[in-house]
Design a protein around this ligand. Structure first.
Ligand code: CA
Ligand code: CA
Ligand code: CA
Length: 498
């Protein structure tokens, strides 16, 4: 029986190599159409760059006509099967991204027609024109649109771009706290209310079990702070003194999902930016920050002291800002206290390499600050793999999950609206749990948009700058286009507590 099977499989292989494979490679897709000025009706736009699936590119001729041919791919990562994207960009017009369907039943060689009308980006050469600063990736005229997070960009296009530019993350061999997922953390932690003004501190547990949906819509009265009402999705406690929090995990669980890289989820936040493109934020979550290296020097009365700044609940990340051609213009990383532009190494021109510092997990652009000399490689895109230091495979990573916008989370990722702390309050500001992505303090500024909201390198909460007002959460909203997004609703907490 076994020999019959092997013979059959050998025959199949020969057949595949000799017959099927050459035929398959000849299956091509032709997409053609014209690019026109949708606003002024001035006709064709010559010189527009048209790109199919980010793979093949053409330039529209003097009549605005383009034609693209490429081997038909079966699946474009991030899109439903049979779907493709066209990107069209030309100076002075909004770049446009159109998602369209292509049936596998269509006869080989039958061209698909996609005509594109572009809107003007600035200037007003005709009476009807008005400036549109952002990318146009949710216009239903030529394609299908799903925009559940209401940021003006088709959610599948967000996923496609997210997968395309997803980082490769290196974790040191000596790392003790590996990535975790939100849902796993919630199954292990407990939720509490916290009022630091009481003597002793007052904590009350919120009855479990915890799920993402149960993180929001809660409130309590912090009576020792006065009579203020603290909510779990709109109050942000500036100095972590009156807030909800999720308790630190037991020691063995602080290691995170060390042996389950298939659950190392990378959380994507994608939104229109002021470059006329899209910004892609990639967030990683760890149950614990165990930073032993970046000690904080402090003076308390006559005493000099050094603090180890570790804390529960650690969110870290990097962001790729794409320009109007949907190409990377710059990369920012969340540093220890600031957001810094970094020069990264790109793999295949599209995946930036990020080094996760052991313990503190800061995203580094190179390995200079890494302690280890051997690393675990994590490809963060969906279907990406994890490779151990000895070169053996640890299977797939947890892939990429688009959380949507804070005002409109996607696919049940309600955690993004939770304004409390991920981790228990400690003796100091820097040893207390930190905020999630949408309320993160890194690089945050006062209402004036300039003054830093926090003083870096001090163990306790820095005194509130006079007239700071509502804090702008730069880490969540850097370069966001506010003609498309609601600045207040997305980037500031509607209520602050101490
Ligand atoms: Ca969207
Ligand atoms: Ca989005
Ligand atoms: Ca950290």
């Amino acid at each position: 029986m076994r020999s019959v099977k092997s013979t059959f499989s050998i025959l199949c292989s020969v057949y595949c190599v000799l017959c099927t494979h050459p035929v398959r490679s000849e299956v091509t897709t032709t997409v053609l159409g014209s690019v026109t000025d949708a606003e002024c009706g001035t006709g064709p736009i010559a010189g527009a760059i048209v790109e199919l699936d980010g793979a093949v590119r053409a330039v529209a001729n003097s009549e605005g006509k383009y034609i693209l041919t490429q081997p038909r791919p079966t699946v474009v990562l991030g899109l439903p099967p049979g779907q493709h994207v066209l990107m069209v960009a030309v100076e002075d017009f909004r770049s446009k991204v159109v998602r369209f369907s292509m049936s596998s039943l269509e006869p080989d060689g039958m061209p698909i027609r996609v005509d594109i009308g572009l809107w003007r980006r600035s200037g007003a050469p005709c009476a009807a024109a008005r400036p549109h600063p952002t990318i146009d990736a949710a216009d239903g005229a030529a394609g299908l649109v799903v925009d559940d997070d209401r940021d003006g960009i088709d959610d599948y296009v967000e996923q496609w771009l997210g997968e395309r530019f997803a980082p490769i993350v290196y974790h040191g061999e000596s790392e003790r706290n590996f990535p975790a997922s939100v849902d796993w953390f919630l199954s292990k932690t407990r939720m509490f209310t916290y009022d630091d003004a009481c003597e002793p501190d007052e904590k009350h547990e919120v009855p479990g079990p915890l799920t993402q949906g149960r993180l929001t819509g809660r409130s309590f009265r912090a009576t020792c702070q006065g009579t203020s009402t603290i909510t779990s999705d709109s109050t942000r406690s500036r100095c972590k003194q009156a807030t909800f929090f999720l308790s630190d995990l037991a020691k063995p669980d602080q290691a995170g999902l060390r042996n389950k890289p298939a659950e190392w989820v990378t959380y994507l936040h994608a939104y229109p930016n002021s470059l006329g493109g899209v910004t892609l934020q990639y967030w990683r979550f760890y149950a614990q920050d165990d930073d032993q290296r970046h000690l904080i020097h402090a003076r308390v009365g006559p005493f000099e002291m050094e603090l180890i700044p570790g804390h529960g609940g650690d969110w870290e990340g990097a962001m790729v800002h794409l320009n109007g051609l949907l190409l990377p213009a710059s990369v920012d990383r969340l540093g220890h206290a600031t957001i810094d532009a970094v020069a990264v190494t790109w793999v295949q021109g599209q995946h930036p390499i990020i080094w996760s510092e052991e313990g503190g997990h800061t995203s580094d652009p190179n390995q200079l600050d890494m302690i280890s000399s051997r690393f675990i490689e994590q490809q963060t895109w969906s279907g990406g793999t994890v490779t151990l230091p000895d070169g053996s495979s640890a299977g797939y990573s947890g892939g990429l999950r688009n959380v949507g916008e804070r005002s409109h989370p996607l696919a049940g990722q309600q955690f993004i609206r939770y304004s409390g702390l991920w981790g228990s309050p400690g003796d100091w500001f820097v040893t207390s749990g930190y905020w999630g992505p949408a309320f993160n303090e890194t690089g945050s500024v006062c209402e004036d948009g300039v003054t830093p909201a926090y003083k870096s390198g001090v163990p306790d909460c820095s005194p509130v700058p006079v007239g700071c007002g509502r804090i702008f959460h730069t880490a969540w909203c850097k370069s966001m286009d506010f003609t498309q997004m609601d600045r207040d609703r997305e980037c500031t907490a509607s209520d602050q507590s101490r």
